[in-house]
Design a binder for this molecule. Structure first.
Ligand code: FAD
Length: 352
Protein backbone atom coordinates (compact mmCIF):
# COMPACT_ATOMS: atom_id res chain seq x y z
CA UNK A 1 0.00 0.00 0.00
CA UNK A 2 1.21 3.52 -0.87
CA UNK A 3 4.80 4.75 -0.69
CA UNK A 4 5.09 4.19 3.02
CA UNK A 5 2.85 1.85 4.99
CA UNK A 6 0.81 4.84 6.20
CA UNK A 7 0.30 6.62 2.87
CA UNK A 8 -2.93 5.63 1.15
CA UNK A 9 -3.42 6.66 -2.45
CA UNK A 10 -6.98 7.37 -3.53
CA UNK A 11 -7.95 7.82 -7.19
CA UNK A 12 -10.87 10.28 -7.49
CA UNK A 13 -12.04 13.10 -5.22
CA UNK A 14 -15.78 12.50 -5.50
CA UNK A 15 -18.07 11.69 -2.61
CA UNK A 16 -16.68 8.17 -2.11
CA UNK A 17 -13.00 9.15 -2.24
CA UNK A 18 -13.48 12.09 0.13
CA UNK A 19 -15.30 9.89 2.64
CA UNK A 20 -12.62 7.19 2.64
CA UNK A 21 -9.94 9.87 2.98
CA UNK A 22 -11.38 11.71 5.98
CA UNK A 23 -11.89 8.48 7.90
CA UNK A 24 -8.37 7.29 7.19
CA UNK A 25 -6.90 10.66 8.16
CA UNK A 26 -8.87 10.81 11.39
CA UNK A 27 -7.54 7.33 12.23
CA UNK A 28 -3.92 8.38 11.84
CA UNK A 29 -3.07 7.39 8.25
CA UNK A 30 -1.97 9.73 5.46
CA UNK A 31 -4.41 9.59 2.57
CA UNK A 32 -3.69 11.48 -0.62
CA UNK A 33 -6.44 12.07 -3.17
CA UNK A 34 -5.59 12.32 -6.86
CA UNK A 35 -8.34 14.23 -8.66
CA UNK A 36 -8.16 14.81 -12.40
CA UNK A 37 -10.27 17.98 -12.34
CA UNK A 38 -8.64 21.21 -11.17
CA UNK A 39 -11.24 21.58 -8.40
CA UNK A 40 -13.25 19.14 -6.29
CA UNK A 41 -16.76 19.04 -7.72
CA UNK A 42 -15.41 20.26 -11.05
CA UNK A 43 -17.15 17.51 -13.02
CA UNK A 44 -20.59 18.35 -11.56
CA UNK A 45 -22.99 21.00 -12.75
CA UNK A 46 -24.40 22.84 -9.74
CA UNK A 47 -27.58 20.80 -9.98
CA UNK A 48 -29.76 19.83 -7.05
CA UNK A 49 -29.49 16.24 -5.83
CA UNK A 50 -31.34 14.62 -2.98
CA UNK A 51 -29.95 12.77 0.02
CA UNK A 52 -32.76 10.25 0.39
CA UNK A 53 -34.13 9.45 3.80
CA UNK A 54 -35.46 5.93 3.36
CA UNK A 55 -32.73 3.55 2.19
CA UNK A 56 -30.47 4.09 5.20
CA UNK A 57 -31.80 3.96 8.77
CA UNK A 58 -29.58 6.63 10.30
CA UNK A 59 -30.51 10.32 10.35
CA UNK A 60 -28.31 12.63 8.25
CA UNK A 61 -26.48 13.86 11.34
CA UNK A 62 -25.67 10.33 12.47
CA UNK A 63 -24.79 9.10 9.00
CA UNK A 64 -22.47 12.00 8.14
CA UNK A 65 -20.98 11.82 11.64
CA UNK A 66 -20.20 8.11 11.24
CA UNK A 67 -18.74 8.92 7.83
CA UNK A 68 -16.32 11.43 9.35
CA UNK A 69 -18.16 14.66 8.43
CA UNK A 70 -20.13 17.30 10.31
CA UNK A 71 -23.54 17.56 8.66
CA UNK A 72 -24.26 20.91 10.34
CA UNK A 73 -21.56 22.47 8.12
CA UNK A 74 -23.30 21.30 4.95
CA UNK A 75 -25.89 23.46 3.22
CA UNK A 76 -28.98 21.35 2.69
CA UNK A 77 -32.71 21.92 2.47
CA UNK A 78 -35.09 19.33 3.97
CA UNK A 79 -38.01 18.42 1.72
CA UNK A 80 -41.16 17.27 3.47
CA UNK A 81 -43.47 17.44 0.48
CA UNK A 82 -43.33 16.91 -3.25
CA UNK A 83 -45.90 16.62 -6.00
CA UNK A 84 -46.03 13.53 -8.22
CA UNK A 85 -47.36 13.92 -11.75
CA UNK A 86 -48.25 11.08 -14.08
CA UNK A 87 -49.37 11.16 -17.68
CA UNK A 88 -52.65 9.41 -16.89
CA UNK A 89 -54.22 11.31 -14.04
CA UNK A 90 -54.12 14.40 -11.89
CA UNK A 91 -51.14 15.05 -9.64
CA UNK A 92 -50.73 13.97 -6.01
CA UNK A 93 -49.03 15.79 -3.15
CA UNK A 94 -46.99 13.45 -0.97
CA UNK A 95 -46.03 14.79 2.43
CA UNK A 96 -44.76 13.70 5.81
CA UNK A 97 -43.48 15.30 9.00
CA UNK A 98 -40.05 13.71 8.47
CA UNK A 99 -38.20 14.91 5.35
CA UNK A 100 -38.06 12.63 2.31
CA UNK A 101 -34.86 14.27 1.11
CA UNK A 102 -32.25 16.78 2.09
CA UNK A 103 -31.48 18.67 -1.09
CA UNK A 104 -27.86 19.59 -1.76
CA UNK A 105 -26.19 21.28 -4.71
CA UNK A 106 -23.41 19.36 -6.47
CA UNK A 107 -20.34 21.11 -7.81
CA UNK A 108 -17.50 23.40 -6.88
CA UNK A 109 -19.64 26.35 -5.78
CA UNK A 110 -19.31 27.83 -2.29
CA UNK A 111 -22.34 26.08 -0.81
CA UNK A 112 -22.15 22.84 -2.80
CA UNK A 113 -21.88 19.46 -1.09
CA UNK A 114 -18.59 18.59 -2.80
CA UNK A 115 -16.98 21.84 -1.63
CA UNK A 116 -18.23 21.32 1.94
CA UNK A 117 -16.78 17.79 2.11
CA UNK A 118 -13.54 18.98 0.52
CA UNK A 119 -13.18 21.74 3.15
CA UNK A 120 -13.70 19.27 5.97
CA UNK A 121 -11.10 16.95 4.44
CA UNK A 122 -8.60 19.79 4.10
CA UNK A 123 -9.25 20.84 7.67
CA UNK A 124 -8.57 17.27 8.83
CA UNK A 125 -5.28 17.32 6.89
CA UNK A 126 -6.07 15.17 3.83
CA UNK A 127 -3.64 15.86 0.96
CA UNK A 128 -4.82 16.55 -2.59
CA UNK A 129 -3.17 16.44 -6.01
CA UNK A 130 -5.46 18.10 -8.51
CA UNK A 131 -5.49 18.40 -12.24
CA UNK A 132 -3.91 15.07 -13.22
CA UNK A 133 -5.09 11.53 -13.67
CA UNK A 134 -4.35 9.30 -10.72
CA UNK A 135 -1.30 7.00 -10.86
CA UNK A 136 -1.89 3.31 -11.54
CA UNK A 137 -0.90 2.07 -8.09
CA UNK A 138 -3.74 3.56 -6.05
CA UNK A 139 -5.04 1.66 -3.02
CA UNK A 140 -8.58 2.94 -3.48
CA UNK A 141 -10.34 3.47 -6.80
CA UNK A 142 -13.11 6.06 -6.51
CA UNK A 143 -13.21 7.33 -10.08
CA UNK A 144 -16.98 7.25 -10.55
CA UNK A 145 -19.08 5.86 -13.36
CA UNK A 146 -17.70 3.12 -15.53
CA UNK A 147 -20.75 1.38 -17.01
CA UNK A 148 -23.96 3.14 -17.94
CA UNK A 149 -27.04 1.77 -16.21
CA UNK A 150 -29.00 5.00 -16.63
CA UNK A 151 -28.74 8.32 -18.42
CA UNK A 152 -29.51 11.73 -17.04
CA UNK A 153 -30.15 14.91 -18.97
CA UNK A 154 -31.13 18.16 -17.40
CA UNK A 155 -31.02 21.91 -17.27
CA UNK A 156 -30.14 24.29 -14.41
CA UNK A 157 -31.82 27.68 -14.41
CA UNK A 158 -32.47 30.79 -12.34
CA UNK A 159 -36.04 31.55 -11.41
CA UNK A 160 -38.19 33.83 -9.30
CA UNK A 161 -40.65 31.02 -8.57
CA UNK A 162 -41.24 29.84 -5.01
CA UNK A 163 -39.66 26.66 -3.59
CA UNK A 164 -41.24 23.46 -4.90
CA UNK A 165 -40.33 19.88 -5.82
CA UNK A 166 -42.03 17.76 -8.47
CA UNK A 167 -41.60 14.21 -9.68
CA UNK A 168 -42.88 13.39 -13.17
CA UNK A 169 -43.52 9.76 -14.10
CA UNK A 170 -44.35 8.23 -17.45
CA UNK A 171 -42.74 6.73 -20.50
CA UNK A 172 -42.77 9.95 -22.55
CA UNK A 173 -40.94 11.89 -19.79
CA UNK A 174 -38.46 9.26 -18.66
CA UNK A 175 -38.53 5.77 -20.18
CA UNK A 176 -38.25 3.34 -17.22
CA UNK A 177 -37.17 6.23 -15.01
CA UNK A 178 -38.44 9.55 -13.73
CA UNK A 179 -38.12 13.26 -14.31
CA UNK A 180 -37.83 15.83 -11.57
CA UNK A 181 -38.15 19.57 -11.16
CA UNK A 182 -36.60 21.14 -8.09
CA UNK A 183 -36.86 24.85 -7.36
CA UNK A 184 -35.21 26.11 -4.19
CA UNK A 185 -33.79 29.51 -3.27
CA UNK A 186 -34.19 30.91 -6.79
CA UNK A 187 -32.31 28.03 -8.45
CA UNK A 188 -33.99 25.32 -10.46
CA UNK A 189 -33.04 21.91 -11.84
CA UNK A 190 -35.20 20.06 -14.34
CA UNK A 191 -33.81 16.65 -15.22
CA UNK A 192 -34.85 13.30 -16.55
CA UNK A 193 -33.20 10.03 -15.55
CA UNK A 194 -34.01 7.15 -17.85
CA UNK A 195 -32.82 3.90 -19.25
CA UNK A 196 -31.76 4.14 -22.88
CA UNK A 197 -34.93 4.59 -24.94
CA UNK A 198 -35.51 2.01 -27.64
CA UNK A 199 -36.35 2.64 -31.28
CA UNK A 200 -39.35 4.87 -30.66
CA UNK A 201 -37.30 8.01 -30.18
CA UNK A 202 -38.75 10.20 -27.49
CA UNK A 203 -37.08 13.35 -26.24
CA UNK A 204 -37.77 12.99 -22.53
CA UNK A 205 -36.25 16.32 -21.52
CA UNK A 206 -38.22 18.30 -24.09
CA UNK A 207 -41.41 16.43 -23.18
CA UNK A 208 -40.84 17.17 -19.50
CA UNK A 209 -40.23 20.83 -20.29
CA UNK A 210 -43.43 20.94 -22.34
CA UNK A 211 -45.35 19.24 -19.54
CA UNK A 212 -44.27 21.78 -16.95
CA UNK A 213 -44.94 24.66 -19.35
CA UNK A 214 -48.52 23.50 -19.60
CA UNK A 215 -48.59 23.16 -15.80
CA UNK A 216 -47.53 26.81 -15.58
CA UNK A 217 -43.77 26.62 -15.13
CA UNK A 218 -41.82 27.83 -18.14
CA UNK A 219 -38.12 27.06 -18.35
CA UNK A 220 -36.78 29.21 -21.13
CA UNK A 221 -33.11 29.61 -20.43
CA UNK A 222 -30.50 27.67 -18.53
CA UNK A 223 -27.41 25.51 -18.57
CA UNK A 224 -27.95 22.04 -19.93
CA UNK A 225 -26.06 19.05 -18.56
CA UNK A 226 -25.89 15.35 -19.22
CA UNK A 227 -24.43 12.42 -17.37
CA UNK A 228 -24.85 8.74 -16.66
CA UNK A 229 -24.93 6.48 -13.67
CA UNK A 230 -23.58 3.03 -13.07
CA UNK A 231 -24.77 0.15 -10.97
CA UNK A 232 -23.67 -3.40 -10.52
CA UNK A 233 -24.55 -6.25 -8.26
CA UNK A 234 -21.92 -7.46 -5.82
CA UNK A 235 -19.72 -10.19 -7.26
CA UNK A 236 -17.29 -10.48 -4.40
CA UNK A 237 -16.25 -8.98 -1.10
CA UNK A 238 -13.85 -6.16 -0.39
CA UNK A 239 -10.76 -6.72 -2.50
CA UNK A 240 -7.55 -4.78 -2.94
CA UNK A 241 -7.41 -2.29 -4.64
CA UNK A 242 -10.75 -1.22 -3.15
CA UNK A 243 -13.34 -0.04 -5.66
CA UNK A 244 -15.81 2.27 -3.99
CA UNK A 245 -18.69 4.55 -4.98
CA UNK A 246 -19.94 4.21 -8.52
CA UNK A 247 -16.57 2.78 -9.61
CA UNK A 248 -17.57 -0.27 -7.55
CA UNK A 249 -21.17 -0.18 -8.75
CA UNK A 250 -22.45 1.18 -5.41
CA UNK A 251 -25.65 2.81 -6.50
CA UNK A 252 -29.37 2.58 -5.89
CA UNK A 253 -30.59 0.89 -9.04
CA UNK A 254 -34.21 1.95 -8.54
CA UNK A 255 -33.83 5.74 -8.61
CA UNK A 256 -30.09 6.39 -8.71
CA UNK A 257 -29.60 7.62 -5.15
CA UNK A 258 -25.88 6.99 -5.01
CA UNK A 259 -24.55 9.61 -2.62
CA UNK A 260 -25.08 7.79 0.66
CA UNK A 261 -24.08 4.44 -0.88
CA UNK A 262 -20.86 6.03 -2.14
CA UNK A 263 -20.12 7.40 1.31
CA UNK A 264 -20.85 4.12 3.05
CA UNK A 265 -18.68 2.16 0.62
CA UNK A 266 -15.84 4.64 1.19
CA UNK A 267 -16.24 4.02 4.91
CA UNK A 268 -16.15 0.27 4.36
CA UNK A 269 -12.86 0.47 2.47
CA UNK A 270 -11.36 2.72 5.16
CA UNK A 271 -12.33 0.25 7.89
CA UNK A 272 -10.77 -2.60 5.97
CA UNK A 273 -7.49 -0.69 5.48
CA UNK A 274 -7.51 0.10 9.21
CA UNK A 275 -7.72 -3.61 9.94
CA UNK A 276 -11.26 -3.36 11.35
CA UNK A 277 -12.35 -6.25 9.17
CA UNK A 278 -15.47 -7.30 11.08
CA UNK A 279 -16.94 -3.81 10.92
CA UNK A 280 -15.95 -3.45 7.27
CA UNK A 281 -17.67 -6.73 6.44
CA UNK A 282 -20.83 -5.61 8.21
CA UNK A 283 -20.93 -2.33 6.29
CA UNK A 284 -20.46 -4.15 3.00
CA UNK A 285 -23.04 -6.79 3.84
CA UNK A 286 -25.65 -4.10 4.54
CA UNK A 287 -24.71 -2.20 1.40
CA UNK A 288 -24.90 -5.31 -0.73
CA UNK A 289 -28.36 -6.09 0.61
CA UNK A 290 -29.45 -2.57 -0.34
CA UNK A 291 -27.97 -3.02 -3.81
CA UNK A 292 -29.79 -6.33 -4.27
CA UNK A 293 -33.10 -4.87 -3.14
CA UNK A 294 -32.63 -1.82 -5.33
CA UNK A 295 -32.34 -4.28 -8.22
CA UNK A 296 -35.56 -6.03 -7.12
CA UNK A 297 -37.31 -2.67 -6.79
CA UNK A 298 -36.20 -1.69 -10.26
CA UNK A 299 -37.50 -4.95 -11.73
CA UNK A 300 -40.84 -4.30 -10.03
CA UNK A 301 -40.88 -0.66 -11.12
CA UNK A 302 -40.23 -1.55 -14.74
CA UNK A 303 -43.30 -3.76 -14.74
CA UNK A 304 -45.59 -0.85 -13.93
CA UNK A 305 -47.51 0.86 -16.69
CA UNK A 306 -48.40 4.55 -16.40
CA UNK A 307 -51.78 3.77 -14.76
CA UNK A 308 -50.18 1.59 -12.11
CA UNK A 309 -47.58 4.27 -11.38
CA UNK A 310 -50.41 6.75 -10.87
CA UNK A 311 -52.17 4.31 -8.52
CA UNK A 312 -48.98 3.91 -6.49
CA UNK A 313 -48.47 7.69 -6.27
CA UNK A 314 -52.10 8.08 -5.16
CA UNK A 315 -51.57 5.49 -2.45
CA UNK A 316 -48.45 7.29 -1.17
CA UNK A 317 -50.41 10.55 -1.05
CA UNK A 318 -53.14 8.94 1.05
CA UNK A 319 -51.24 6.93 3.65
CA UNK A 320 -50.18 8.49 6.95
CA UNK A 321 -46.55 7.32 6.69
CA UNK A 322 -45.31 7.17 3.08
CA UNK A 323 -41.68 7.06 4.23
CA UNK A 324 -42.28 3.72 5.94
CA UNK A 325 -43.60 2.28 2.66
CA UNK A 326 -40.47 3.47 0.87
CA UNK A 327 -38.16 2.12 3.61
CA UNK A 328 -40.03 -1.18 3.56
CA UNK A 329 -38.89 -1.71 -0.02
CA UNK A 330 -35.28 -1.78 1.25
CA UNK A 331 -35.69 -3.92 4.34
CA UNK A 332 -34.09 -7.36 4.19
CA UNK A 333 -37.20 -9.25 5.26
CA UNK A 334 -38.74 -12.55 4.19
CA UNK A 335 -40.89 -11.05 1.41
CA UNK A 336 -38.02 -9.06 -0.10
CA UNK A 337 -35.51 -11.91 0.19
CA UNK A 338 -37.95 -14.15 -1.68
CA UNK A 339 -38.29 -11.52 -4.39
CA UNK A 340 -34.50 -11.30 -4.64
CA UNK A 341 -34.17 -15.09 -5.00
CA UNK A 342 -36.83 -15.12 -7.73
CA UNK A 343 -35.43 -12.18 -9.67
CA UNK A 344 -31.67 -12.29 -9.26
CA UNK A 345 -31.08 -14.26 -12.45
CA UNK A 346 -32.48 -11.42 -14.53
CA UNK A 347 -29.44 -9.30 -13.85
CA UNK A 348 -27.25 -8.71 -16.88
CA UNK A 349 -24.16 -6.57 -17.09
CA UNK A 350 -24.63 -3.81 -19.58
CA UNK A 351 -21.78 -2.82 -21.86
CA UNK A 352 -20.24 0.65 -21.53
C1 FAD B 1 -27.23 14.22 -12.79
C2 FAD B 1 -27.13 13.29 -11.62
C3 FAD B 1 -28.10 13.35 -10.63
C4 FAD B 1 -27.99 12.52 -9.51
N1 FAD B 1 -28.92 12.64 -8.52
C5 FAD B 1 -28.72 11.99 -7.36
C6 FAD B 1 -29.57 12.22 -6.26
O1 FAD B 1 -30.52 13.00 -6.32
N2 FAD B 1 -29.29 11.58 -5.10
C7 FAD B 1 -28.25 10.70 -4.97
O2 FAD B 1 -28.05 10.14 -3.89
N3 FAD B 1 -27.46 10.44 -6.02
C8 FAD B 1 -27.65 11.06 -7.20
N4 FAD B 1 -26.82 10.83 -8.25
C9 FAD B 1 -25.76 9.83 -8.08
C10 FAD B 1 -24.59 10.40 -7.26
O3 FAD B 1 -24.28 11.69 -7.68
C11 FAD B 1 -23.39 9.48 -7.47
O4 FAD B 1 -23.76 8.15 -7.17
C12 FAD B 1 -22.22 9.86 -6.57
O5 FAD B 1 -21.84 11.20 -6.75
C13 FAD B 1 -21.05 8.95 -6.94
O6 FAD B 1 -19.92 9.33 -6.20
P1 FAD B 1 -18.49 8.76 -6.58
O7 FAD B 1 -17.55 9.35 -5.60
O8 FAD B 1 -18.55 7.31 -6.73
O9 FAD B 1 -18.21 9.32 -8.04
P2 FAD B 1 -18.06 10.79 -8.58
O10 FAD B 1 -18.80 11.76 -7.72
O11 FAD B 1 -18.37 10.72 -10.02
O12 FAD B 1 -16.52 11.12 -8.38
C14 FAD B 1 -15.51 10.53 -9.13
C15 FAD B 1 -14.35 11.50 -9.16
O13 FAD B 1 -13.22 10.84 -9.72
C16 FAD B 1 -12.59 11.74 -10.63
N5 FAD B 1 -11.84 10.92 -11.58
C17 FAD B 1 -12.33 10.12 -12.56
N6 FAD B 1 -11.34 9.47 -13.20
C18 FAD B 1 -10.19 9.87 -12.59
C19 FAD B 1 -8.82 9.56 -12.79
N7 FAD B 1 -8.42 8.68 -13.72
N8 FAD B 1 -7.91 10.16 -12.00
C20 FAD B 1 -8.27 11.04 -11.04
N9 FAD B 1 -9.55 11.39 -10.81
C21 FAD B 1 -10.49 10.80 -11.58
C22 FAD B 1 -13.73 12.53 -11.23
O14 FAD B 1 -13.29 13.75 -11.78
C23 FAD B 1 -14.63 12.71 -10.01
O15 FAD B 1 -14.31 13.87 -9.28
C24 FAD B 1 -26.92 11.60 -9.40
C25 FAD B 1 -25.98 11.51 -10.42
C26 FAD B 1 -26.07 12.35 -11.51
C27 FAD B 1 -25.02 12.23 -12.58
Amino acid sequence: MGESSKTIKIAGGGIAGLTAAIQLKKSGLDPIIFEKESQIGGNRHGDYEGLENWIFDQSMNEFFGQSGFDFSQITSIPINRFRVHTSTSSSFMIHHHRPFFHMVKRGSGKTDLDTALYRQCRFAGVQFEMGNSAPNDCDIIATGTTKAAAYIRGINFDTSLSDQVHLLLGHEFAPKGYAYLIILDGKGTLATAYKKPGDNQVDPLQNSKDYFKEYGITISDGNPFGSRGSFSLPFGGLKYPYKIGEAGGFQDYLFGFGIRMSMASGGGAALSILGRHKEAKRVMKDLNRMRRLSFVNRMLYERLNDHQMAAFAKKLSEVSDPLTILSGAYSWNFKNIRRWITMKNRYEVRPT
